[in-house]
Structure formats: C-alpha cells, structure tokens
Design a protein around this ligand. Structure first.
Ligand SMILES: [Zn+2]
Length: 310
C-alpha cells in the first residue's frame, strides 16, 4: 500500500502519480486491496471487463474504480483531481477557483465544480466537546459598507442576520477542536440547542454577555461564565475569555475575505467546514492532510477522523 502521507510537496505527488492509470491503480488498491468487492452486494465474485470496469457475477452490477467516490463519472483526469486535493489542503487560506484553474489547466467553471466536490469531504465528523468550551457566533457577508463591522457589542447590535449569515462556533480548549455551524438566527433556543448537541453535560461554557446565552445561567447541565468585552484587558492565566474561538473566526474571515471574496449563504457551510478542517488538522503535515482527504474521497475513514487534533 502506498503511504500517501509521504508526499511533502506538489512535485513529489505529481511525480508519483505520473499517469491516470497510476492514479486508478492506487485508488483500486486503497479501496479493495487484492480483492475487488461489489459496492452493491459486497460479493468478491467480480470480473474485470475489457473497458476497465468491473461486473459482479452475483448481482450483475457494473461499476468502476471511481464508483461511489467524488470522482465518479468525472471526465477530468484523476491526476488533476489529486493535485487539486493537495493544493486546497496545503494552502493555508484555501485556493480560489481562478487560481486552481490556472494551476492545473482546467476552466474556472471546472475548477469551481472540483472545489465544491472536494469541500464535500470536509463535512465535520464531530467529537463531543467537554471540559472548558468557548462558544460564540459571528456574522459573514452583508453590505460592503458593513463588512468590517463583524462583531460586536453586548446586546443585539451587530447580530442581525438580515443581510449576513450567522455562524455558531464551539471550541474545546484542551484539544483546540472546533465545531462550527451556520445558523438561521441567533435566538437563545437556537444557540442552546446547538450547545446541547455538541457539548457534554458537566462542561464549563464560556461566552460573551449576549442575552441569548443568559438561560445557561440556570442550566443544570453546564456551568456558564460570561466575558465582559468592555473590560478589554486580558489577564494572563485567566480562564474567563473567548479568545480561542475568536482566533478561529479570524482565520475563517481571512480565508473568506482574502481568497474567496464573496460566499453566498447557500454555500457558506462548506467554506466553514473547510476552515474547520484546516484548523482541526493544523498539527498534521501536508502529506498527512492529503492522506486524510484521500481516504475520505473513497469513503474510508482513517484514524485521524476519530479525533482530529489529538
Ligand atoms: Zn454485486
């Protein structure tokens, strides 16, 4: 089996995956090893046809090495797919469709399609967060003139979701694992619901003073600490802050503003997933990150998926 984590540069990746046939051979080996299995019935009574596809002797299903992967039915060379996966995961702020189109010689439309497909691999496998957990929301998009007024003052100012899309984020301090989800509103019920979904009971929750979090004060499930942002001064060693999640917001915004410029509400979750993936795999080497994406692209989950930043 090829160790995909050893690719430490685009040139080492491109040299190894020198032809489309090589890419297919590695896909085949990674998916099935020595025994090709039918994706429908699981049978290994499978025949390889002259056209390179496979037929199942038990259920007659015909399939290819890319069936059921993000590369299914693609007309784009697999070498370009693998390079695109490497590029998007190795660039710290992501890569625009325009840049990718130039780097791998495809149209911008094709590059956009590839990036969206690759982003679908980022959907978060979410561990339950516990211990000290910071929660916060941020707002993305909206009018040009409002773009720098991201956040925020206590109360409701700056939290309008009329022109912006909200994102709710949680981070477990001990591991630095982030979970972030787009939200339709910033009502207390919406935020508390998400906290219950992702945070283990008994955890300590740190938020700002937004009224939406006030009901946590009476919660039997969590201890709640709120940060007064008017008291700007941050005391070293002080636990009562939301600096970790704010650091993640900074990265998310730099990626969206700096590389993608504009993201519609419809696709925002995918970009958020991309930023979360990058953040949660920050301790991995380039090759390890590529290996993780590769295994997801063929629907196989590696140990890194169990706990990202462990
Ligand atoms: Zn079958």
């Amino acid at each position: 089996m090829v160790d995909l984590s050893r690719f430490d540069s685009l040139i080492s990746l491109a040299s190894f995956f020198s032809t489309d046939a090589k890419c297919k051979a590695v896909l085949r080996e990674s998916r099935w090893g020595n025994e090709v299995a039918c994706p429908v019935c699981g049978s290994t009574h499978v025949y390889e046809r002259k056209d390179g596809r496979f037929s199942c002797a038990d259920c007659n299903h015909t399939f290819s090495v890319t069936s059921g992967t993000i590369f299914e039915n693609t007309k784009i060379n697999l070498r370009k797919w693998f390079m695109a996966m490497y590029l998007i995961s190795s660039h710290k702020k992501g890569i625009s469709s325009l840049q990718l189109s130039r780097d791998i010689k495809v149209t911008q439309k094709t590059a956009w399609f590839m990036l969206q497909k690759i982003r679908s691999l980022y959907n978060q496998s979410v561990p339950e967060l516990s211990g000290d957990v910071e929660c916060d929301e941020t707002y993305i998009g909206g009018k040009e003139t409002n773009k720098h007024e991201w956040k925020k003052t206590a109360g409701t100012q700056g939290r309008s979701t009329k022109t912006k899309t909200g994102v709710f984020g949680l981070v477990e301090r001990s591991t630095g694992s982030v979970v972030a989800k787009t939200i339709r509103d910033s009502k207390s019920s919406t935020l508390i619901h998400l906290i219950k979904d992702y945070v283990k009971e008994g955890s300590r929750i740190y938020t700002d003073e937004y009224i939406g979090y006030h009901s946590l004060k009476d919660s039997e499930d969590y201890s709640h600490f709120s940060v007064n942002h008017k008291m700007k001064e941050f005391v070293s060693g002080e636990k009562n802050h939301t600096n970790t999640i704010e650091g993640f917001w900074g990265q998310l915004k730099r990626m969206i503003m700096g590389v993608y410029h504009f993201v519609s509400a419809k696709y925002l979750q995918r970009y958020v997933d991309e930023a979360v993936f990058r953040y949660n795999t920050r301790a991995l080497e380039e090759g390890e990150r590529f290996q993780l994406m590769f295994s997801r692209s063929i629907g196989v989950f590696s140990y890194h998926d169990v706990r990202f930043a462990a």
